[in-house]
Design a protein around this ligand. Structure first.
Ligand code: AMP
Ligand code: ZN
Length: 114
């Protein structure tokens, strides 16, 4: 998708702080972090929203969650805990229309969310 920010980051047309990359996924530092650790797990395939996922995406979504867990554990947040968030659509405040999993850690988070 030529006008998609995350596709441009994946294509290295826009710089980002890369935490991880393989054939299917990247993980980058969020440009406006909401916690001491704020990483975005992004599939290389352009899928707009969680609401657009299909059965065929089961594997990639599982890999996204497991990568979030791996980064959280590796960076020492397993014991204190961390939050993983998918925003989907306007009411959730999704700003970038290419699915991404937020991984947030390093402080206490409120529940219910705002
Ligand atoms: P969402 O509101 O769920 O769509 O989240 C989009 C996230 O992307 C926000 O947390 C932004 O701070 C983040 N973001 C926007 N532009 C960039 C960028 N160029 N590099 C890294 N993160 C970004
Ligand atoms: Zn995209």
């Amino acid at each position: 998708m030529s006008d998609c920010l995350f596709c441009k980051i994946i294509a290295k047309e826009v710089p980002a702080k890369l935490e991880y990359e393989d054939d299917e996924l990247i993980a980058i530092r969020d440009i406006n972090p909401q916690a001491p650790l704020h990483v975005l797990i992004i599939p290389k395939e352009h899928i707009k929203r969680v609401a657009d996922l299909t059965e065929g995406d089961t594997d990639i979504v599982g890999k996204m969650v497991l990568l979030a867990k791996k980064i959280a554990v590796q960076q020492g947040y397993a014991k204190d805990g961390f939050r993983t968030v998918f925003n989907s659509g306007p009411n959730a405040g999704q700003a970038v229309m290419h699915i991404h999993l937020h991984l947030l850690a390093g402080r206490r988070f409120a529940w219910p969310p705002g």
